[in-house]
Write a protein that binds this ligand. Structure first.
Ligand code: FMN
Length: 387
């Protein structure tokens, strides 16, 4: 197996096989099937919302690379007159810097420094991108998912349902056939905003928002809630998970980037994955608690080993951003888009790739073959097996 993996790693540096998940299944008897908001995926690796899912060209490149899903940049909700309560998040900013960022314990990692926020073009332009994404999904490409920042009121204010209704209806019309899957973004810049100073206010949002999106949609909708890292303790992260789960969210994305209040920017790296994994370690998981939403991990995922660290804490899929933006010298592959080079390293790296990690879990007796195959989704189940 090891020799085969090293051979594949070398030969796929130039190009991945067209359906690499099928190759992994045939060659290694490993079923990489993942899941996002109830949708089965050929493997668990997707792209998080952000600057890498702003146009059809990026989506086509990701489809060619074989990504399992792509969450589009977050659009700011508006009503039919174009009024946006969260307009402060629709600012224009193009300059991004990919930087080294050491964690609190000194470990060197990567972060992307960027002062922008949500989609800064019109809702019509966003709807056109959703249509392009729908066409790619229907043609067998990645599952494309729109992301929205809807109105979040103060405790004494009502929700602006007209913004929920208009935006969700436009997305549903663009998507066409049910179900529509929508990711609701609670962003790090929101965590850094005075709006998020009040715990009761945040919990009210999480209890009410999934239901409001559902009520606003003209067709059946699944809601993935992307939770922020609030500026409170780990216990509050769990409170947020429970509040969103109790309100019928279909999936929780855990957790968006940390906020550096001093510099006024969001950041990632090892501090982010450490916090996320620590909180997920103590959280209920779908397998253990029936009815609990599926979990998708995000934050500093830069190896197959890290994918498995999230999976062992309950995650069925992963959303990456920073790892798709590194300098080309950081990828072992020699050809292809950054997405393709990242997938090559994440899946086939002989020391810390997903295949190597799955085989290692098998050797340690942490997962077993069923009908001769190892299954990625079994990693999650193991987290709660007695012993
Ligand atoms: C430049 C940049 C822009 C982002 N924009 C959004 C966004 O609009 N909506 C959202 O939900 N997440 C956004 N994210 C968060 C990413 O989707 C991802 O969850 C986060 O960066 C953690 O993953 P990573 O460590 O792999 O980057 C953004 C991240 C970056 C780096």
């Amino acid at each position: 197996m090891r020799a085969k993996l090293e051979h594949d790693f070398e030969r796929f540096k130039r190009a991945l096989p067209p359906d690499f998940a099928a190759h992994v299944r045939a060659a290694y008897r490993i079923d990489l099937t993942g899941r996002y908001a109830g949708e089965p995926l050929p493997h668990p690796i997707g792209k998080g919302s952000g600057q890498l899912s702003l146009n059809a060209g990026q989506l086509e490149e990701d489809a060619a690379a074989g990504l399992a899903f792509v969450v589009l940049k977050t659009v700011i909700a508006e009503d039919d007159a174009g009024v946006r309560a969260m307009a402060a998040w629709a600012i224009h900013e193009t300059r991004m810097r990919v930087e080294r960022r050491a964690a609190a314990d000194g470990r060197p990692g990567w972060t992307v420094t960027w002062k922008g926020r949500g989609w800064d073009r019109t809702l019509d332009e966003y709807v056109a991108l959703v249509r392009a994404g729908r066409d790619l999904t229907r043609a067998g490409g990645p599952l494309v998912v729109p992301s929205v920042k809807y109105h979040l009121p103060r405790l004494d204010e009502p929700f602006r349902d007209a913004e929920y209704r208009h935006t969700t209806t436009r997305l549903a019309q663009a998507w066409g056939t049910p179900p529509l899957i929508v990711e609701k973004d609670f962003s790090p810049t929101l965590a850094g905003d005075a709006l998020a100073d009040d715990r009761a206010q945040i919990l009210r949002w999480l209890r009410e928002v999934p239901g409001r999106i559902r009520a606003a949609a003209p067709l059946s909708v699944r809601v993935a809630v992307k939770l922020m890292n609030a500026r409170f303790d780990d216990g509050f992260q769990l409170d947020m998970m429970r509040a969103a789960a109790g309100s019928g969210a279909d999936a929780l994305v855990c957790f968006n980037r940390l906020f550096d209040a001093e510099r006024g920017v969001a950041y990632g790296g090892w501090d982010l994955s450490e916090r996320n994994l620590r909180v997920l370690e103590t959280s209920p998981t779908p397998g253990a608690s029936p009815g609990f939403p599926g979990l998708t991990g995000t934050g500093n995922i830069c190896s197959g080993r890290m994918i498995l660290d999230y999976a062992r804490r309950g995650c069925e899929s992963l959303e990456l951003h920073t790892f798709f933006q590194l300098p080309l010298s950081q990828y072992p592959a020699t050809h292809g888009s950054r997405t393709a080079r990242a997938l090559h390293a994440l899946v086939f790296a002989p020391d810390d790739g997903l295949i190597a990690g799955m085989l290692e879990l098998e050797a340690r007796g942490e997962i077993d073959r069923r009908d001769g195959e190892l299954h990625f989704l079994d990693v999650r189940a193991h987290a709660h097996r007695p012993g």
